[in-house]
Ligand binder design. Structure first.
Ligand code: 13P
Ligand code: SF4
Length: 326
């Protein structure tokens, strides 16, 4: 059951009124606070939000998420105004690699295909051949001819997951991590599974426990058939199929709101109840209202960077992937 308080109807009405006035589409990531998720026009994972931005005809897109997501929206909808309600909403994972570092890495592996997770700056995307998100990373790497070396960045846990799924041996992985997901450990997962041995497990591939989960499943410590490594959008699809199960969720806690809405019969519990992304939580209801009222904060990308970065995001979107949420 979702016990989240209902969103204030006056606030919701004001947001929707301002959105109409500004011809704005409000997109929210699955980790946003419930008050933002519940007033947004669409809620989704990072690939779904990028595709929604590309498909939209609204003159303004308000991206309630972190900065790289707003940049992706701007890359795919360059003629639109893209706003983020707080410019400080960054991403510790995106910060683990700069464009200079990537250029140096590429120089060490001439001819390699660069695959960047969308959790990267536009400047890093400009040095990238094709982007991926957690929902399509395996497909993206599989689309690259087997004989080509791959540089995969910046998340080491997602990289390990992709390597396992594709069986690829010529793939080099950048050792970055997200502080929120790295803090969801294999030990915590095992402890929670011992408390709830029949629980289904929904695990984001960025988690520190994702690598251990499949190893533990192989060892029989956690049940293999109950272990699902999925993007935030994939978790929602799975949640709808789980009936009244008990479900352990290994990702940022904002996800629980959408999961409980998607399946009110199931009992969703966080593996780590402290897994909060402070950047995602910078987008408050007041910040969203201000963004709509004052037309702030506009996301811009240097034209030269944008041309090159757009190519890598467009290649990803062309490969298809997660369905766009209703
Ligand atoms: P998704 O692509 O699964 O939405 O994840 C984005 C993200 O930032 C995870 O921390
Ligand atoms: Fe970045 Fe981690 Fe926050 Fe996702 S949860 S936005 S990867 S810091």
């Amino acid at each position: 059951m979702d016990d989240t308080p209902q969103v204030d109807p006056d606030y919701a009405e004001e947001v929707r009124r301002l959105a109409v006035e500004r011809d704005a589409l409000i997109l929210a990531h699955n980790y946003q606070v419930p008050e933002i998720q519940d007033v947004a026009h669409h809620v989704g994972d990072s690939l779904q939000l990028a595709r929604l931005a590309a498909a939209s005809t609204a003159s303004t897109i308000v991206l309630c998420g972190v900065h790289f997501m707003a940049e992706s929206a701007k890359l795919l909808a360059p003629d639109r105004t893209v706003l983020i309600p707080d410019l400080g909403a960054g991403c510790s994972l995106a910060d683990t690699i700069t464009a200079d570092q990537l250029r140096e890495w590429k120089a060490e592996h001439p001819g390699a295909v660069v695959v960047s997770y969308v959790n990267t700056s536009a400047a890093v995307k400009a040095e990238t051949d094709i982007c991926c998100t957690s929902s399509n990373a395996v497909d993206v790497v599989n689309s690259i001819p087997a004989e080509r070396e791959v540089l995969f960045l910046p998340d080491q846990f997602l990289g390990a997951h992709v390597q396992r799924e594709t069986g690829r041996t010529n793939m080099h992985i950048w050792m970055g991590e997200c502080h929120v997901h790295a803090a969801i450990s294999g030990d915590q997962l095992v402890r929670r599974v011992k408390e709830l041995p029949d629980a289904e497990l929904l695990i984001h591939p960025e988690c520190g426990c994702a690598t251990s989960a499949l190893y533990l499943a192989g060892e029989g410590v956690v049940p293999e058939s109950h272990t699902h490594i999925l993007s935030t959008g994939g978790m929602l699809t799975k949640a709808r199929q789980l009936g009244s199960a008990t479900v352990l969720v290994a990702t940022e806690t904002g996800m629980l709101h959408q999961l409980r809405k998607a399946n009110p019969l199931a009992d969703f519990q966080p593996v780590n109840p402290k897994a909060d992304c402070k950047y995602m939580k910078m987008i408050t209801p007041d910040a969203l209202l201000r963004s709509l009222r004052e037309n702030v904060f506009e996301v811009t990308i240097d034209a030269d960077v944008a041309v090159r970065a757009r190519r890598s995001v467009e290649r990803m979107v062309e490969l298809g992937g997660a369905p766009v949420p209703a």
